[in-house]
Ligand binder design. Sequence first.
Ligand code: ATP
Ligand code: MG
Length: 197
Amino acid sequence: MSTDQYKKRMQRKKAHIDNRIEEANIDKGIIVLLTGNGKGKSSSSLGMVCRALGYDMKVGIAKFLKGVQDTGEDAFLAKQANVQTAFMKTGFTWDTQDKAYDTAMAVETWSKAQGYLEDKSIDLVVLDELTYMISYKYLDEQMIIDTLNNRPKDQHVVITGRAAADSLIEIADTVSEVKDIKHAFRANIKAQKGVDV
Ligand code: ATP
Ligand code: MG
């Protein structure tokens, strides 16, 4: 391609992109759903938390399922004045092996999450590993959808977890599926600080 052809092509591309940017003029709270079997869902949600905190926005984070596991981000988030957290105080389901207990813990954590989803002063709500609460039937699917639908109109929500229910995919504005191509764990490398926990 000649320099001239390249320049013309880029000009056409720029015109197209400028047009699309101009068309995208709606401002509203959106739901981002991060699902799939690959690594990167929860850590991506924390990237959005960083972005929000950079603008002094207020953030509520509810972590379902893995609240007993200490992670680097928990230590970091505890120091942030603009962050509220609710951790489901239970481990992996295959560790607790107690459905009644897990359900009670899910309901308790959801009530805090619901508080965030009713609070206009909270700009971003993270519902980490929420998908499992629906697939394990710990929480009522319709109740979750109704609460999400009725949240403050400018509030953003990030939902993470594998195997997202169709209802979550439908209600979300942005959905990404993280595909597992390779994971260090399968080469017997244990979870690494700063990367996995
Ligand atoms: P991360 O928190 O690192 O962004 P994630 O939220 O996408 O990961 P989860 O299913 O919540 O993934 O699992 C969290 C933990 O399990 C992390 O330590 C992550 O590295 C690890 N993990 C994620 N995907 C896989 C996989 N496909 N095989 C093995 N371990 C995985
Ligand atoms: Mg995760």
